[in-house]
Design a binder for this molecule. Structure first.
Ligand code: CTP
Ligand code: CA
Length: 225
């Protein structure tokens, strides 16, 4: 299969990659967040640029340096990530949602720091659901033939849960990782299965995040035709 080293098979294409993890603020100094490092998304952005694509990288709280030759848009929350993805996806050939999007956000934001009250237990944190960006862009494609890829981290019944999620999201490809205490988050390497809406299953052996990224782009290129 064509790889970055063999030819610019994404030349003339615009691809959008989201990376990192959203943070949902409670007050000016606190947030609900997750452990996504952004490394897999950055590997996707680098490899796409190496294969000739124009790349928009939407980066949520990663602290990673901007990859050369990539347009980087920095966001904080899921709502901001949605805005940035919808805008960039309007003229994209492919969208890869590698970011870990918070499913919920605090229902209220305290404009001042939340303080302890003497002798009182804390108030519970009330949450509301965030928009499902991947499901939304898959159901309402900005362009016919746009290829949309999701990521899923599962701890149990990885393949069965992955198939169900792929169908529910309506995307073309779903990269399914098995996660656990020491697996994937922040690691340099990854192991996954890429499930296709066409029923295909592409195992990716344990290896660098760049190798998984190149396999994703191979599958995207094939679908772009
Ligand atoms: N995703 C999204 N918007 C959300 C939540 C998730 O776009 N509000 C995207 C992620 O970027 C990822 C994919 O959906 O590409 C799967 O995320 P995951 O958390 O595994 O899926 P959920 O539908 O949130 O399911 P779960 O209840 O297992 O967390
Ligand atoms: Ca989720």
């Amino acid at each position: 299969l064509a790889r970055g080293v063999t030819g610019p098979d994404l030349a003339g294409r615009h691809v959008v990659v989201s990376a990192g993890g959203t943070r949902e603020p409670l007050d000016p100094v606190r947030f609900l967040g997750n452990r996504s490092s952004g490394k897999q998304g950055y590997a996707l952005a680098r490899t796409a640029a190496a294969r000739g694509a124009r790349v928009t990288l939407i980066s949520a709280n990663t602290g990673l340096p901007d990859p050369a030759g990539v347009d980087v848009v920095r966001v904080g929350t899921a709502v901001q990530l949605r805005e940035a993805v919808l805008k960039a996806a309007a003229d994209a050939d492919a969208v890869v949602m590698a970011a870990a999007v918070a499913d919920f956000r605090p229902a209220a934001y305290a404009t001042g720091k939340i303080k302890k009250k003497d002798g009182q237990e804390p108030d519970p944190i009330v949450l509301v659901r965030n928009p499902d960006i991947l499901a939304e862009i898959s159901a309402d494609r900005a362009r016919p033939g746009q290829v949309i890829v999701g990521f899923a981290a599962e701890t149990d019944d990885v393949l069965a849960n992955g198939r169900t999620k792929l169908a529910r999201k309506g995307c073309d490809l779903l990269v399914v990782n098995e996660v656990g205490e020491r697996k994937t988050f922040g690691a340099e390497e990854n192991e996954a299965v890429v499930l296709g809406a066409d029923g295909s299953e592409t195992p990716v052996p344990h290896g660098p995040k760049e190798a998984l990224a190149d396999t994703v782009w191979d599958l995207v290129v094939r679908r772009l035709g």
